[in-house]
Design a protein around this ligand. Structure first.
Ligand code: NAP
Length: 302
């Protein structure tokens, strides 16, 4: 059996087109567009390429995008003052502080300074609490888990009553996606197990999964024989396993692998995400959706 491919690149296009249409309508009716500011401290190359993609996506959607680049030695107090300025700016609906931050800055203090109603990354403790409560309380689901849930739903996979096994318990992927899948509601209502390095029988748990979500950051951790035939496999892992020359640009690029052995797993699973081109493209997409949501909350139309 060859699994159905759940392509993040295609789902991204569907969702971005939906957002673009909604932005146009809101602009016509309310004269407002979503405003997103990205604060980048320093010149970390990985952060720069991620932020560049965010800017490109925001522009395509007609957002008001502000790129606020600051020197690497920006004092923490000045960064907090900058966040306070954007917290009070009515034209800004989403504030994003690009991580990692330089060592002299307390990351937790900075993230907690963002107004929870502009925290489109969904990392502020208030939004983590809202996610835990579920239902109408949820304002900004964190972007990667929201992308994962959207992929499962759009692939037509039944979630109600499904055995979901999540490999990994990080605050940005494992815990929130597990929490989202167990909520009572559409696209969820599953029976959820989280496994990690303290789990006794990783293989046994994975074998039970109707939906297997793997976010460990260990290439090839999940063996093909651990996959239940017909299961939906979401591979969140992005692991650099080498370098190659790009056929398109002639430049050196990283060879990426997921946490699941894709070639063999696709012969057993019912549906599966590739790496790259699976979960990866969904994160920025959901960030854009959260920023649009923030504007809609402000206008009282969400
Ligand atoms: P993380 O913070 O390092 O957490 C990894 C989790 O996996 C931990 O809970 C760890 O368990 C568990 N784990 C690691 N090795 C394991 C093993 N051998 N057996 C069982 N559990 C194991 O990582 P993360 O931030 O969640 O990211 C996970 C992966 O997803 C990474 O490859 C990352 O690059 C990728 N990612 C992709 C996107 C995207 O595509 N947009 C976004 C975020 C992350 P313990 O808690 O016991 O240590």
């Amino acid at each position: 059996m060859t699994a159905k491919l759940i392509k993040g690149t295609e789902i991204r296009e569907e969702i971005l087109n939906e957002i673009e249409g909604e932005v146009k309508q809101i602009k016509e009716k309310h004269g407002a567009v979503p405003g997103l500011v990205t604060i980048l401290v320093g010149e970390n190359p990985a952060s720069i390429s991620y932020v560049t993609l965010k800017i490109k996506t925001a522009h395509r959607l007609g957002f008001n995008e502000i790129q606020d680049s600051q020197p690497v030695d920006l004092p923490e107090a000045d960064l907090l003052a900058l966040i306070d300025k954007y917290n009070r700016d009515d034209s800004i609906h989403g504030i994003l502080v690009q991580l990692p931050l330089p060592k002299h800055v307390d990351e937790k203090k900075v993230l907690n300074a963002i107004d929870p109603d502009k925290d489109v990354d969904g990392f502020h403790p208030v939004n983590v609490g809202r996610l835990m409560i579920g239902g109408d309380e949820v304002k900004f689901p964190p972007c990667t888990p929201a992308g994962i849930q959207e992929m499962i739903v759009r692939a037509g996979v039944e979630t109600k009553g499904a055995e979901v096994v999540v490999v990994g318990r990080s605050n940005i992927v494992g815990k929130p996606i597990a929490n989202m899948m167990l909520q009572k509601g559409p696209g969820a209502n599953s029976t959820v197990t989280i496994v990690h390095t303290g789990t006794k029988d990783l293989e046994g748990h994975c074998k039970r999964a109707d939906i297997l979500i793997v976010a460990a950051g260990v290439p090839g951790l999940v063996k093909p024989q651990w996959i239940k035939p017909g299961a939906c496999v979401i591979d969140v892992g992005v692991n650099r396993v080498g370098e190659k020359i790009s056929e398109k640009t002639g430049k050196k690029i990283a060879i990426l692998k997921g946490d699941v052995d894709f070639d063999e797993a696709k012969e057993i699973a019912g549906s599966i995400t590739p790496v790259p081109g699976g979960v990866g493209p969904m994160t920025i997409t959901m960030l854009m959706r959260n920023t649009l949501k923030s504007l809609k909350f402000k206008l009282g139309i969400e």
